[in-house]
Write a protein that binds this ligand. Structure first.
Ligand SMILES: Nc1nc2c(c(=O)[nH]1)N[C@H]1C(S)=C(S)[C@@H](COP(=O)(O)OP(=O)(O)OC[C@H]3O[C@@H](n4cnc5c(=O)[nH]c(N)nc54)[C@H](O)[C@@H]3O)O[C@H]1N2
Ligand SMILES: Nc1nc2c(c(=O)[nH]1)N[C@H]1C(S)=C(S)[C@@H](COP(=O)(O)OP(=O)(O)OC[C@H]3O[C@@H](n4cnc5c(=O)[nH]c(N)nc54)[C@H](O)[C@@H]3O)O[C@H]1N2
Ligand SMILES: [Mo]
Length: 765
C-alpha cells in the first residue's frame, strides 16, 4: 500500500529565540494590550470589542477557551474574559478564510510541511472539501454528496466497530448528545475523546473514591477557603480567570500554595487586569508557599505530609483529622493509617524532590487549616500513577473532612470549555448500563453493550488495520495524540477520515486514503434553523449548565451547525426514522427534551436552562452523598512511584506555552516564562546543563527511552530555567513524537505526557 507523502510531525526549524527571564507576575496591563493585539490582527478592533462584550455575559456566548465557571451573580462590566479567552475568540472569529482556491494552490503535502502555527493562521474553513483516494489536492464537494459518501461507507462496513468517532471538548451538549445517539444507533461505542488524554485520571480516581468523577467545589467555596493548593496546574496561562478567584480567597484571609516543578507566574503574583488599582499597585502576591516537586513527586509529597499529619493527630487527638466526618462518611481509614505508619518519611521526602523544611512547612499549613481546596490539572493526571495522584489528593481531603462543606473540596480544573458536558451527554467509550437502557427505552433500539476504543486503543486498532472510518467531531487528533509518527502512519491506513472543524489543522492533511472536511459554525456565530435562531448549552468545570448563544454572522454561507452535520450523516446512514433527526435540528429544544428523559439531573431542562445563569447539576460529593456502591467515601493506599532513571537521563514534561490553545498556536511567545519567538526549546536547570556540558542557546536532539524503544525529536534550543533538577520541560505538540503509545496511566489509559524519560545530545551545528 502506498500512502500519501505527508509530514506527520512539524518541521524541525527555528525561529529566532529571545529570552527575557522568568516572570513572577501574571496578567496586568500587558495582558490587556496583548489580547487587543491578537484581536486587531485577526478581525479589526471594532468587531473585536463587540465580540468581547458578548463573551461570558448572561445571554451571550460561552468563551471557547477554558472551562472555568463564570460568577453566579455580578459579572464585570469590562467583560468576563481574559487575555487567553480573547486570543481564543480572535482565533475563531478571524477574518481570514481557507477557500477552495487555497486548497487548489496548496497540496496536502505542501500544507503538511508547514508548522501548526502557519496552518492555523490560514483562517476559517468555508466549504466542504473532499480529498479522493490517490489525489494530492482537496476539491470542493456539496454537503449532500459529502453526507452520501460518508453514509455509503458506513453502511458498507462489515461491523460498526470498524468505525471510530472522536470528540474534542468544544462540542455543545446538544451536538454531543445527537452525535453519541447516532454512533450508538449505528452500533458501536467507539467514542474516544480528548478527555481520555486529559482528566480521565481525575474521573477514574474520583469516581472510585467519592462516587462521582467531577469536582465538588463551587466558585463561592474559593472565597471561603482557608487554604487552596494548586497542584500541577498553570492557571495564569490556562485558566486565567481562576486568578480572580484566588485573589478573592487571598483577600478574605486565605492561604495559597503552589506545587509544581516550576514556579509559574500566575500562581505567584496576579495583577487583576480588571482592577485599575491592582494594575498600578503591582498586584496581589498570591502564593504563600511554593513547593518545587520533582516531576511526579506528588504522591511522595502527599504521603510525607500525611505522615506528619498523623503524627500531629496522635499527639493531640481530634486536632488534625475530622473524625466525625471520617466515622460517618468514610471507609478504609485504618488501612490508610496502617500504611502511613509503615511508610518511610525520609524516603517519601527524598522522592518528592522537596527539602524537608518545605515539606514540613506545607504539612503545617494542612495541619492547621480546616477548609482546604485542592485544584489540579495535567501535572497530576498525565502520569503512570495519575489515578493514584488523584486518590492521594482525596485521601488528604477526606482526613481533613474537607469535602462537601463550604470552603473545601476537590477541584480538577477542566480543560476544554465543554469537555465535562460532553461526558455528561454520553461521549464515553464505556457508557453505563443505566444510560444505555434509557436510550433504548426512549428511542426504541438496542444500543451496543460492548465497550469501545478510547484514544490509545483507537490508534492501536488503526495500526492493526481494524479501522475503516474515522470521524472527528472537532479537535486535532493527529497533533494532540501521543507517538505522532506512529499515530500518523496508523491514520493513513484508514479508508475514509472525516473532520468536522472550524479551522484548518494537521488532521486535515494527515488523513486516511480519502478524506472529507465538514466546516462548522463556531460558538460566537448565529445558529439559524427552521424554527428560528438556536442557542446551545454547555457545562463548566463546576457542573453549572448554561446557555451559549452566538451573535455574529457565520464565517461563510456554506457552514452548518454541528447538530445539522450529525443529522446529515445520520440521515445518509440510516434508512428508517429520518424525521427524528430533522426534528432535532429544526428546534434544539427537541434535543433537550431527549436529554431530559435520558440523563439524570436535567429535569425541566428547557425551562431551567433559560434562567439567566443556568443551573447546577446534582453532585453527590458536594452534599456528602457519596454514590459509591455502599454510599461511603473510600480511603485508598497508593504506593510510591518506582522510578529507575539512569543518572544521565532526564524526565521531560510536555506543557503549553502562554500563546497556544492545545494544538492551536496563537503566537510564538511564552511571555510569563520569558521565552519569545521560539517554540523549539527545552527548559533545563543550570546544574544539569553544566553536567551535560551545555550552555544556553545550544542546540540539542532529544531521544526518549521506553521499554528498550527509542523515539527522536531533533533541534531544540537549551534555555536555563529554575526547574526542578533532573527535570526538563518542552512544548506540546512538538514533543508528542517522543511520548510512547504504550506509556499510559494505570486504569485511566491516559498517555503519560508529563513523564517522558529522555536523553539529550548536543546537535552538530
Ligand atoms: N490558554 C490556554 N488555555 C487552556 C489550554 C491551552 O492550551 N491554552 N488548554 C486547556 C486544556 S484542554 C487543559 S487540559 C488545561 C491544561 O491546563 P494545565 O494543566 O495548567 O496545562 P499544562 O501546560 O499541561 O501544565 C501543566 C502544569 O503542571 C506542571 N507539572 C508537570 N508535571 C508535574 C508534576 O509531576 N507534578 C506537579 N505538581 N506539577 C507538574 C507543569 O509545570 C505545568 O505548570 O488548560 C485548558 N486551558
Ligand atoms: N504531549 C501532550 N499531548 C497532549 C497534552 C499535553 O499536555 N501534552 N494535552 C492533552 C489534552 S489535555 C487535550 S484536551 C488534548 C486536546 O486535543 P484536541 O481537543 O483534539 O485538540 P485541540 O487542539 O483542542 O483541537 C483544535 C481544533 O479543534 C477544532 N475546533 C475548534 N473549535 C471547534 C468547534 O467549535 N467545533 C468543531 N467541530 N471544531 C472546533 C479546530 O479545527 C481546531 O484546529 O491534547 C492532549 N495532548
Ligand atoms: Mo485537556
Amino acid at each position: 500500500m502506498s500512502y500519501r507523502k505527508v509530514a506527520i510531525v512539524p518541521p524541525e526549524k527555528f525561529e529566532d529565540l529571545k529570552l527575557e527571564g522568568q516572570k513572577h507576575k501574571a496578567a496586568g496591563f500587558t495582558a490587556i494590550q496583548k489580547s487587543f493585539r491578537h484581536i486587531t490582527e485577526e478581525m479589526g478592533l471594532l468587531k473585536g470589542i463587540k465580540i468581547l462584550n458578548k463573551m461570558n455575559q448572561k445571554g451571550g456566548f460561552d468563551c471557547p477557551g477554558c472551562a472555568w465557571p463564570d460568577p453566579d451573580g455580578h459579572r464585570s462590566a469590562l467583560g468576563e474574559y481574559c487575555e487567553n479567552g480573547a486570543k481564543a475568540i480572535a482565533e475563531e472569529a478571524t477574518d481570514k478564510r481557507v477557500t477552495p482556491a487555497f486548497f487548489k494552490a496548496n497540496s496536502v503535502e505542501a500544507i503538511s510541511e508547514q508548522t501548526d502555527y502557519w496552518i492555523g493562521k490560514q483562517g476559517r474553513l468555508t466549504t466542504p472539501m473532499y480529498l479522493p483516494k490517490g489525489s494530492s489536492h482537496y476539491e470542493p464537494i456539496s454537503w449532500e454528496d459529502a453526507f452520501t459518501k460518508i453514509g455509503d461507507k458506513l453502511k458498507s462496513l462489515d461491523s460498526p466497530n470498524e468505525a471510530v468517532f472522536y470528540t474534542s471538548g468544544r462540542t455543545s451538549n446538544e451536538a454531543a448528545f445527537m452525535y453519541q445517539l447516532m454512533v450508538r444507533e449505528y452500533g458501536t461505542n467507539n467514542m474516544p475523546d480528548c478527555s481520555n488524554m486529559c482528566h480521565e485520571s481525575s474521573g477514574t480516581g474520583l469516581g472510585d473514591t467519592v462516587g462521582i468523577g467531577k469536582g465538588s467545589v463551587t466558585l463561592n467555596d474559593f472565597y471561603e477557603a482557608e487554604l487552596v493548593i494548586v497542584m500541577g496546574q498553570n492557571p495564569g496561562t490556562n485558566h486565567p480567570r481562576m486568578l480572580s478567584a484566588l485573589e478573592k480567597c487571598k483577600n478574605n484571609g486565605g492561604t495559597i500554595v503552589g506545587v509544581n516543578p516550576i514556579n509559574e507566574a500566575g500562581t505567584s503574583n496576579f495583577i487583576n487586569p480588571q482592577n485599575p488599582f491592582a494594575v498600578l499597585s503591582g498586584g496581589t502576591d498570591l502564593e504563600d508557599l511554593f513547593v518545587q516537586v520533582k516531576i511526579n513527586g506528588d504522591v511522595p509529597l502527599l504521603k510525607a505530609t500525611m505522615i506528619l499529619m498523623l503524627e500531629a493527630e496522635e499527639k493531640a487527638p481530634n486536632s488534625v483529622f475530622d473524625h466525625e466526618f471520617i466515622d460517618k462518611y468514610c471507609e478504609h481509614y485504618d488501612a490508610l493509617v496502617d500504611h502511613l505508619k509503615a511508610s518511610d518519611f525520609n524516603q517519601a521526602v527524598k522522592e518528592s524532590g522537596v527539602s524537608e523544611k518545605t515539606v514540613r512547612a506545607f504539612a503545617q499549613l494542612v495541619i492547621e487549616k480546616k477548609k482546604i481546596i485542592i485544584c489540579w490539572a495535567m501535572g497530576i493526571t498525565q502520569h503512570k500513577n495519575g489515578v493514584g495522584n488523584v486518590q492521594e489528593i482525596v485521601n488528604l481531603l477526606l482526613l481533613k473532612g474537607s469535602i462537601g462543606k463550604p470552603g473545601a473540596g476537590t477541584c480538577p480544573v477542566r480543560g476544554h470549555s465543554n469537555v465535562q458536558g460532553d461526558r455528561t451527554m454520553g461521549i464515553f467509550e464505556k457508557p453505563s448500563e443505566i444510560f444505555l437502557e434509557a436510550l433504548d427505552k426512549r428511542f426504541s433500539f438496542n444500543t451496543p453493550r460492548l465497550h469501545g476504543y478510547d484514544v490509545v486503543e483507537s490508534i492501536k486498532a488503526m495500526q492493526e488495520d481494524k479501522v475503516k472510518v474515522f470521524v472527528g467531531m472537532g479537535g486535532n487528533f493527529i497533533s494532540a495524540t501521543p507517538d505522532s509518527q506512529l499515530t500518523g502512519e496508523s491514520m493513513q491506513k484508514v479508508d475514509l477520515t472525516v473532520q468536522i472543524s472550524t479551522k484548518l489543522n494537521r488532521s486535515h492533511v494527515v488523513t486516511g486514503e480519502a478524506a472529507i472536511i465538514l466546516p462548522c459554525i463556531s460558538r460566537s456565530e448565529t445558529d439559524k434553523q427552521s424554527s428560528g435562531i438556536q442557542f446551545v448549552t454547555v457545562e463548566n468545570s463546576m457542573g453549572i449548565v448554561h446557555t451559549s448563544k452566538g451573535a455574529f454572522e457565520p464565517a461563510s454561507e456554506d457552514l452548518k451547525s454541528e447538530p445539522a452535520i450529525v443529522a446529515g450523516i445520520a440521515k445518509a446512514t440510516f434508512t428508517n426514522n429520518q424525521g427524528k433527526w430533522s426534528a432535532m435540528v429544526a428546534n434544539y429544544d427537541v434535543i433537550r427534551d431527549h436529554i431530559e428523559v435520558t440523563i439524570a439531573g436535567f429535569e425541566n431542562f428547557n425551562q431551567r436552562v433559560r434562567q439567566p445563569a443556568g443551573f447546577y447539576l446534582p453532585n453527590g460529593s458536594r452534599d456528602r452523598n457519596f454514590s459509591t456502591e455502599n454510599g461511603l467515601a473510600k480511603f485508598t493506599v497508593n504506593p510510591l512511584p518506582n522510578h529507575q532513571i539512569p543518572a544521565d537521563h532526564f524526565v521531560l514534561m510536555t506543557v503549553r506555552t502562554h500563546d497556544q490553545y492545545n494544538t492551536t498556536i496563537y503566537g510564538m511567545n511564552d511571555r510569563y516564562r520569558g521565552i519569545f519567538n521560539e517554540r523549539r526549546v527545552v527548559l533545563m536547570h543550570k546544574e544539569d546543563m553544566h553536567a551535560q556540558g551545555l550552555k544556553g542557546g545550544d542546540v540539542v536532539n532529544i531521544t526518549s527511552h521506553f521499554n528498550g524503544e527509542r523515539r527522536q525529536a531533533n533541534k531544540f534550543k537549551v534555555v536555563e530555567y529554575e526547574i526542578a533538577k533532573g527535570c526538563i520541560g518542552s512544548y506540546f505538540p512538538e514533543t508528542n513524537v517522543l511520548v510512547p503509545i504504550d506509556s499510559v496511566a494505570d486504569k485511566s489509559n491516559t498517555p503519560v505526557s508529563k513523564f517522558v524519560e529522555v536523553s539529550i545530545k548536543k546537535a552538530q551545528s
